[in-house]
Design a protein around this ligand. Sequence first.
Ligand SMILES: [Zn+2]
Length: 155
Amino acid sequence: MTLLDRNPDAPQVWQDEMAVTNRYTYGVAGERFFRTIKEEGRILGTHCTTCDHTYVPAAIFCERCMDKLDEWVDVGITGELVTFTHLYVNYDGSYRQEPITVAFVKLGDGGIIHRLIFSDSEEVSIGMQTKAIFKPADEREGSILDIAHFELVQT
Ligand SMILES: [Zn+2]
């Protein structure tokens, strides 16, 4: 018997605010992953030799075989555009005058979701090569936003 069975007049939704404080930690793999982006402008993954799978972002354990991963590999800063979408709404629900484009870029056997910037003259399509553009070194803070955006690689 549900609450509504017992009391059909019971409210089904409560609208209010709840203060939540939390601290997100990168963990062992994430710390090295983001530190390398910040300090070296490189993107690292971890490789599972058992599964021949390279995790990006780096992971400390293989989610397939649960082996501990300690083989770090530089996966480069270019990757294939797997998919993308144009966002016309901001996080606060307001509408944008101009859309921004967010893409999933394959790096290693994983990838990164990030902003894709391209010019009006460029045609974007799945399968194109993209390149990470980093913020200047003195502006990096150790987050995914140290990658300013991705852009299309001209061929
Ligand atoms: Zn594995």
